[in-house]
Design a protein around this ligand. Structure first.
Ligand SMILES: Cc1cc2nc3c(=O)[nH]c(=O)nc-3n(C[C@H](O)[C@H](O)[C@H](O)COP(=O)(O)OP(=O)(O)OC[C@H]3O[C@@H](n4cnc5c(N)ncnc54)[C@H](O)[C@@H]3O)c2cc1C
Length: 423
């Protein structure tokens, strides 16, 4: 494969790989891994940090044969790991199936999203990784291993949000359910006081809820995604908590065309055309940006909001938009929502790292004491060596890495910095 240095989607990371590969068969992938000194997979490159990077061999899996096998008996689908959610969702819906949740954009790969604990929103919605029932991966010697949820000795709960450090995932099995429709409504002008006082009501008002804010004004947007088979698909009234029901489509970032966004104004449509904010055939978000995100216990939401409102004068000048979402607890060892219902505080910043990083640091200074954990795929100023200590199962994950990959062929600098005692 060509040896020009690839960059991530945002363009803020140039990968340092000595070699790049795009195998066309699993056997070819196995040989690449067996022969490599250090190897990592790259998904669609939507992470904002060096989690996918390596100075050895970097492998893209989107050249492997495409696989989407639905098993109605177990209500699962097994897919090739490099598949994008957009491709999978369309296929599933056409055959009467659905996933429980999606992220804000459908362009990301299944394996890449699950390994960083990518999430959507909803008080009852877990991370996308929680849908994983099995993974098949190539280990450091080129051997194939399958880890299944029903086999406790496989320790699947540790192996899904795995930072790419256990092996190169070739196939993922996900839970599916019957397809469903969602109607999306947007409210504007929610005040900061109402947001803090009524957050439980707001986040519980639909199957999936996002609040967009700049932490400085009283013009917050609430995006409600209501599942028509479980909820009233109608809006909550012309005004709700002092906010107004929008009468035209909106983009979460002021000034960008809503044509990039999934359909609003309450028009019901398939789950995969409403749960993400952005359409698969348009640039998601703004395209020129940096992102950071912190995940906290949901019980800390009100205190966190007030702390961020006090910082609003520093946040707003370097911000494009900020988003508040909720995530239901799961059992995945390195999930930021491990065993706690969570609130996720996301920031889409302007592209200028020098101006943005000090503000991320200020945000982290007020949110870390409330139990915040950074998103594995986004920017943080926290010392990497302090991150593992925020997870009660970190020692178990460390052991899992040693069991799968004693010599560290699949570990990169990012993982080694998070687990500095691994050598
Ligand atoms: C515009 C935009 C919007 C976003 N919205 C959301 C959102 O709504 N919610 C959210 O939580 N996050 C969001 N993110 C972050 C994004 O979901 C994560 O960074 C996710 O990991 C990206 O998936 P990817 O396929 O690009 O993975 P990459 O960034 O390519 O890789 C991520 C990690 O996965 C590993 N990996 C990839 N494939 C494999 C494999 N086959 N086997 C083993 N390891 C593998 C890589 O080595 C790396 O460690 C957003 C990012 C962008 C740019």
């Amino acid at each position: 494969m060509a040896s020009t240095s690839p960059r991530n989607w945002a363009g803020n990371i140039t990968f340092r790989a000595a070699r790049q590969h795009r195998p066309s068969s699993v056997d070819e992938l196995r040989r690449i891994v067996a022969d490599a000194e250090h190897v990592r997979a790259l998904g669609t490159g939507h992470s904002f940090n060096r989690i996918a990077d390596t100075d050895g061999d970097l492998v893209r899996l989107d050249g492997l044969p495409r696989r989407i096998d639905v098993d109605p008996a177990s209500s699962t689908v097994t897919v090739s790991a490099g598949l994008r959610y957009a491709q999978l969702a369309e296929h599933l819906h056409a055959r009467g199936h659905a996933l429980a949740n999606l992220a804000s954009l459908p362009q990301i790969s299944v394996a890449g999203a699950c390994t960083t604990a990518t999430h959507g929103s909803g008080n009852g919605r877990q991370n996308l990784a929680a849908a994983v029932a099995a993974v098949r991966l190539v280990g450091p010697d080129g051997g194939l291993t399958e880890l299944r949820r029903e086999n406790p000795q496989d320790r699947l709960d540790g192996a899904v949000v795995a930072l790419g450090a256990l092996g190169i995932v070739t196939d993922v099995t996900l839970d599916v359910e019957p397809t469903y429709e969602v109607a999306q409504w947007v409210y504007t002008g929610l005040s900061g006081d109402r947001l803090t006082e009524n957050f439980e009501e707001i986040s519980g008002a639909a199957y999936s809820v996002s609040v967009f804010t700049d932490w400085a004004s009283d013009d917050n947007q609430v995006w409600l995604k209501r599942r028509t088979d479980r909820e009233d698909p109608g809006h909550l009234g012309r005004t709700w908590l002092g906010a107004r029901c929008a009468d035209r489509p909106l983009h979460p970032i002021p000034g960008i065309s809503p044509a990039h966004c999934t359909e609003q104004l309450g028009v019901p449509g398939p789950w995969h055309e409403r749960l993400p904010h952005f359409r698969p055939d348009f640039t998601p978000s703004s395209g020129a940006e940096l992102q950071s995100e912190l995940i906290l216990p949901r019980t800390a939401a009100a205190e966190a909001f007030e702390a961020l409102r006090r910082l609003g004068h520093r946040i707003a000048p370097v911000l494009q938009t900020a988003e508040i979402r909720t995530i239901a607890a799961d059992d995945l060892w390195l999930s930021p929502a491990h065993r706690q219902d969570s609130v996720a505080l996301h920031f889409t910043w302007i592209e200028q790292a020098a101006a943005v990083l000090p503000v991320i640091e200020a945000v982290e200074a007020v949110l870390v004491p409330l139990g915040a954990r950074p998103h594995w795929g986004k920017l943080t100023t926290l010392a990497p060596g302090t991150l593992a200590g925020r997870y009660e199962r970190a020692a178990d994950f460390r052991q899992l890495m040693l069991d799968h990959d004693p010599a560290g062929k699949l570990r990169n600098a990012f993982v080694s910095e998070v687990f500095p005692d691994l050598g």
